[in-house]
Design a binder for this molecule. Structure first.
Ligand code: ADP
Length: 533
């Protein structure tokens, strides 16, 4: 499908869904035929802009105008309402994007963002524009402006709370379960939820015994079942089901909620649905966070055991060889002595590797516990850099990467020597591991009172999405060639840089290598600590 056709299809889908659900919403006791507490179009517009980008706004504007024009108000008032509806969606989508909302809603943070920025804040725009337009147009009202505004605002907020999660989490990709038992369970849950909702909201089964215990609380265990077993998709679908039964029952009279007017009853239903939706979305997100933490832990344990096992096996082999050589009766000949020496040297290197791995693990746990202390001293950076490069020369030669160093004579500052060495060592090791055996350039310079260390390689580079990830603990980029590592070096490095008042960042394009930059203030204003570290 060409981009043009796809875009036109997006426009058409948004337009049709907006107009159709608006018609349905307005059929629910709309105040002055225009403000209703049931307003799914707000959610459809926001979800469309989240999934397809804010450039889809003309579809929302056009649909909102088309919905309001035949409502007995002048065209300019319909246009003003459409501006409010469009701005609401654009502002909501932009705020959510700005604060890193993820459409899977698998983090409590995403639910809070949706509630705060979309449901509570962006909807203020549309309600205010709407009420202003109707006031200017002199529309006849049966209710005060404040009730009119509240109805408008609540309708929009509910659209965001119920419809956005539904569309966002049900959007592709789809993977249908092949397990019949799972389908049966879903069917059972759907049936139970419909039945209980009907009993509660529609007063179905008017038996006295049931009437005595009729209450919305009966729905909660079923919604928890949906969250526990069917995650975000199950939760959003279950919430929609309950909302449909509750709203249609409220509109048709015999409602669970008792109030003077239909829109008062609808407002009460909305409040119930809002609290329930937020609670259940939170529960589903918290469960998803737990699942993902367990997944990350299991993956980490598997990587860590593999990483520790490889050097341990090598160490064992070297030591066995050394013991065998040593067991030869003295006096040993020169080749045997040389073999013993080589085995012991290799065992030493392998032990260093294990110590580094364990140190990284300890650092990561210290960082989590907030116990990484710096030991500040006067450090000559060119000296430090040359020391590290000297230590890594053999490893670099093995990887086939020459390290070019460009550093001025003297840059002296107050930092934690060991920790800065740790960062430079990690950046160089990474450049060797992922640099494709091409030359590595390390340069040090000073500008505006800050020192910059650049480590540039000509390897495969890192995609934008991965660049944000690799500075988090245990995050690695999966590639075809398996390169060892725990995914901790950059995480620890960035924390050390930040503790110095500096930064550690990357600039890279896939296929064009990567440049990692450590930036530090010349004077670190951290109180030197003698504990931990
Ligand atoms: P490790 O190297 O132990 O996996 P790091 O935290 O040092 O852990 O790096 C995290 C990930 O970032 C690596 O697994 C690798 O995928 C990616 N990475 C780091 N440095 C580079 C580089 N110079 N070029 C390409 N990818 C890199």
């Amino acid at each position: 499908m060409t981009a043009g056709i796809r875009r036109s299809l997006d426009y058409a889908v948004v337009f049709v869904a907006y107009v159709a659900t608006a018609r349905m919403g307005l059929s629910f006791d709309a105040l002055s035929g225009i403000a209703t507490t049931v307003w799914p179009p707000t959610g459809i517009a926001l979800a469309a802009l989240i999934l397809r980008g804010t450039q889809l706004w003309p579809a929302v504007a056009l649909a909102a105008f088309a919905v309001n024009l035949p409502r007995g108000i002048p065209a300019w008032a319909a246009a003003l309402i459409a501006v409010g509806n469009t701005l609401e969606a654009v502002v909501g989508a932009s705020l959510l994007r700005r604060f890193g909302f993820d459409r899977q809603m698998a983090r409590v943070r995403d639910v809070l963002l949706l509630v705060g920025f979309a449901a509570l804040v962006s909807t203020l725009i549309s309600a205010t524009f709407g009420v202003t337009a109707t006031a200017l147009a002199g529309l006849e009202r049966t209710e005060s402006y404040s009730v009119f505004w509240t109805v408008w605002w609540v309708g929009d907020a509910m659209g965001d709370l119920l419809i956005v999660p539904l569309i966002c989490v049900w959007a592709w990709p789809w993977r249908l379960s092949g397990r019949p038992l799972r389908w049966l369970e879903a069917l059972l849950l759907g049936g139970a939820l419909t039945l209980v909702s009907m009993i509660v909201f529609r007063r179905m089964l008017s038996v006295r015994a049931v009437d005595l215990i009729r209450g919305t609380y009966a729905i909660v265990p079923l919604l928890i079942w949906a969250a526990l077993r069917f995650e975000q998709r199950g939760t959003t679908a279950a919430l929609l089901l309950v909302a449909v039964v509750a709203v249609t029952a409220t509109a048709s009279g015999g409602s669970y909620f008792a109030a003077r007017t239909p829109h008062e009853r609808l407002l009460m239903t909305d409040c119930y649905m809002a609290v329930t939706a937020v609670s259940m979305l939170m529960l589903a997100a918290a469960l998803a966070e737990r699942r993902s933490a367990i997944g990350a832990r299991d993956e980490f344990i598997s990587i860590a055991s593999h990483e520790l096992k490889t050097p341990l096996t090598a160490l064992k082999l070297r030591l066995t060889a050394a013991i065998r050589t040593q067991a030869l009766r003295a006096p040993r000949d020169a080749p045997a002595e040389e073999k013993l020496g080589r085995s012991l040297a290799a065992a030493g290197t392998t032990t260093d590797r294990i110590v580094t791995l364990v140190d990284d693990l300890l650092d990561a746990s210290r960082l989590t516990a907030g116990r990484l202390a710096l030991h500040i001293e006067v450090v000559s950076l060119p000296e430090l850099v040359n020391d590290v490069v000297g230590r890594l020369r053999d490893q670099a030669a093995e990887a086939g990467s020459a390290i070019e160093v460009d550093t001025p004579e003297a840059i002296v500052g107050r930092w934690d020597r060991i920790r800065i060495e740790q960062i430079v060592t990690n950046l160089l090791s990474n450049a060797m591991k992922y640099g494709g055996g091409k030359p590595i350039r390390l340069s040090v310079h000073i500008a505006n009172g800050r020192v910059r260390v650049d480590v540039k390689d000509a390897g495969a580079g890192i995609s934008r999405a991965d660049q944000a990830r690799i500075f988090q603990a245990f995050e690695r980029v999966t590639t075809k060639s398996r390169v060892g590592g725990l995914g901790l070096g950059l995480y620890i490095g960035r924390q050390i840089a930040v503790a110095h008042g500096g930064t550690l960042s990357v600039d890279s394009k896939p296929g064009q290598g990567a440049t990692f930059t450590l930036e530090l203030p010349v004077e670190t204003s951290v109180v030197p600590s003698s504990s931990g570290g």
